[in-house]
Design a binder for this molecule. Structure first.
Ligand SMILES: Cc1ncc(C[n+]2csc(CCOP(=O)(O)OP(=O)(O)O)c2C)c(N)n1
Ligand SMILES: [Mg+2]
Length: 562
């Protein structure tokens, strides 16, 4: 019908000027205008984003999310109409909850072929158009809208990209009408690169006030959940903790490595008992650490620090904050570090106090290690210890386990920013995509996914392995196989401790009779191994690493006793 520059070119041009590296996509027939522009980009050898074709929408969104979690750079996701959008919507909601900026688009027809100038395939009135896909996704994204004319496609996409990066960061959705994309568009002469979102900072008076509190408090404690998303904030956390002699504790939603676990001031995840005596809590990038809200911790003031503490996507939240320092976490922490001046004697008194807690923590971890490594069979602690001893120190760990990671995590070498990422929000089936996205971001680092057997089965496994093969993204997938949804059993027993299920051991919704996970990659010539004791596990890790070196994904099926 035509073969000229149109709305498809406007979209790709907007991606270029927004600095989008990848278009993560799962196909739908509205995307031919973009495919045309991408083919032209290739033919003309022009710079621009790389196109990644996925066999499932959840995977496309998750890869984008994993990439953005590691790089901070928003990517584009193109999926199909209302139906593909529904497949991808679980992951889109996770991006909203994780505050990861994405530009998500799918298309519809709005004229249904009635325009004699523009022929439309009959599928568009046959049910693929739901009468506004942007209405469908609206509650799950930061903002959703529709574009109906090529004249404003470029500016709409740019605006979506800019909006996604402003606070709160998150996915922005555009329903891109197919007819609009097929209308002619010529590139104006005056287009230029779009500036990145400016960083914000709390006002100096508020920083001074908090600096005074941190100086005079007897036992300040720092709690964090996602400060480590930004490596600069990770470094500022260390500087602040050291300068004021405050320990650091991770909250429940610790989706990143926020502080070096080997640091003497790190006291572990959810060790909130250390807050009992605290007269000042500095909560850095906290989402909902105090649960339930009736349990306000500490004896003094709570200062909430971070770019966006009030999470509008949470139905219920109470931070109990007395003071907010709202601004870019790294910049605000750095300003706070500059403003505090605790005298050396006070800092050493505080550090000496916390060194006892740290020692007790280390003794407890050593006892766990010893007990688990003395046993014949593997538990999660032994798995983590052997991973720590075998895997390279620059490994990026991705987590999609439920009952295992809380016990594994203290034993993993998580001492650098961006060494760990977990998809937030509780929606399972996203781990492999997130791991592939992380690998896309850091091709020179090993990426290892720990995933529960139940969680693994929610993933689009074949589709993800296909993407790993097609785009040369070898990752290690370690299935923590306890042959059940242990979380379901635990929850049931908590509510019905002496109920019929627990006394008879008849559990519904718990057991998993799964296929041999280690064989699932054979079609792709991927590596697979099974391990149920330490020797097998050590060998599986070593062989798995060798496979990664050859560019092959490795699936380790690890039998765990719990
Ligand atoms: C898409 C989706 N479906 C269902 C659930 C409910 N769910 C939460 S935890 C869990 C069990 C996961 O099992 P597994 O990964 O084996 O971990 P384990 O409980 O054994 O530690 C399930 C089914 C969910 N969170 N997401
Ligand atoms: Mg399980």
């Amino acid at each position: 019908m035509k073969n000229y520059r149109d709305g498809g070119e406007a979209i790709v041009e907007a991606f270029r000027n927004l600095g989008v590296d990848y278009i993560l996509s799962s196909p739908g027939s509205e995307w031919s205008p973009v495919w045309e522009a991408m083919a032209r980009q290739k033919v003309e050898n022009a710079p621009g984003p790389t196109f990644i074709d996925c066999w499932h929408e959840t995977l496309a969104v998750d890869m984008a999310m994993g990439y953005t979690a590691i790089t901070g750079r928003p990517q584009a996701v193109l999926i199909h109409a209302g139906v593909g959008l529904m497949h991808g919507s679980m992951a889109v909601l996770s991006a909203t909850q994780a505050e990861l900026p994405l530009i998500v688009m799918s298309g519809e027809s709005t004229t249904f072929g009635d325009d004699p100038e523009q022929q439309m395939e009959p599928q568009w009135y046959g049910g693929v158009s739901v009468g506004g896909a942007h209405r469908l996704i609206e509650p799950l994204v930061k903002w959703a809208g529709q574009v109906t004319h090529a004249a404003n496609i470029y500016q709409s996409v740019v605006r979506a990209g800019e909006m996604a990066q402003r606070l709160p960061q998150g996915p922005v959705y555009l329903n891109m009408s197919l007819e609009a994309m097929m209308q002619p568009w010529s590139k104006p002469d005056n287009l230029r690169a779009i500036p990145p979102a400016p960083r914000t900072m709390a006002v100096p008076q508020d920083i001074e006030e908090v600096a005074k509190l941190a100086t005079t408090a007897r036992r300040p404690v720092i709690v964090t959940e996602s400060a480590g998303r930004d490596p600069q904030a990770f470094a500022a956390m260390v500087a602040l903790a050291e300068k004021i002699g405050a320990p650091v504790i991770g909250g429940r939603a610790s989706t990143y490595t926020n502080f070096p676990q080997s640091h003497p001031l790190w006291l572990g995840l959810q060790s909130f008992e250390h807050l009992e005596d605290s007269d000042l809590i500095l909560l850095v990038d906290g989402k909902a650490p105090w649960y339930p809200a009736r349990k306000r911790p500490g004896k003094g003031q709570i200062v909430s620090i971070g770019a966006y503490p009030i999470k509008q996507h949470l139905a219920y939240q109470n931070l109990h904050a007395d003071i907010y320092l709202e601004g870019d976490t790294a910049i605000t922490l750095e300003a706070l570090v500059k403003a505090v001046s605790v005298d050396a004697a006070r800092v050493s008194e505080r550090c000496a106090h916390w060194s006892k807690a740290r020692q007790a923590y280390e003794v407890m971890l050593a006892a766990q290690r010893q007990a688990s490594l003395a046993a014949d069979k593997l538990d999660a602690v032994a798995l983590a210890c052997i991973a720590a001893e075998t895997l390279p120190c620059d490994t990026i760990y991705i987590d999609e386990t439920i009952t295992h990671m809380p016990v594994m995590r203290p034993h993993l070498p998580l001492n650098e920013a961006q060494s760990f990422f977990r998809v937030t929000g509780g929606a399972l089936g996203q781990g492999i995509g997130a791991a592939l996205g992380a690998k896309l971001a850091k091709r020179d680092k090993p990426v290892v996914l720990f995933v529960g057997d139940g969680s693994f089965l929610y993933n689009p496994i074949i589709q993800a392995l296909g993407a790993s093969k097609a785009y040369d993204l070898p990752i290690m997938i370690v299935v923590c196989n306890n042959k059940r949804y242990e979380a379901m059993r635990k929850g049931h027993v908590l509510y019905y401790p002496e109920g019929a299920a627990e006394t008879s051991k008849i559990h519904y919704g718990v057991n998993i009779e799964a296929p041999d996970f280690e064989n699932l990659g054979t079609h792709f010539d991927f590596f697979g191994a099974k391990a149920s004791d330490q020797e097998e596990l050590r060998k599986a890790f070593a062989d798995g690493l060798a496979a990664l070196q050859q560019g092959r994904t490795a699936i380790l099926n690890v039998s765990l006793v719990r």
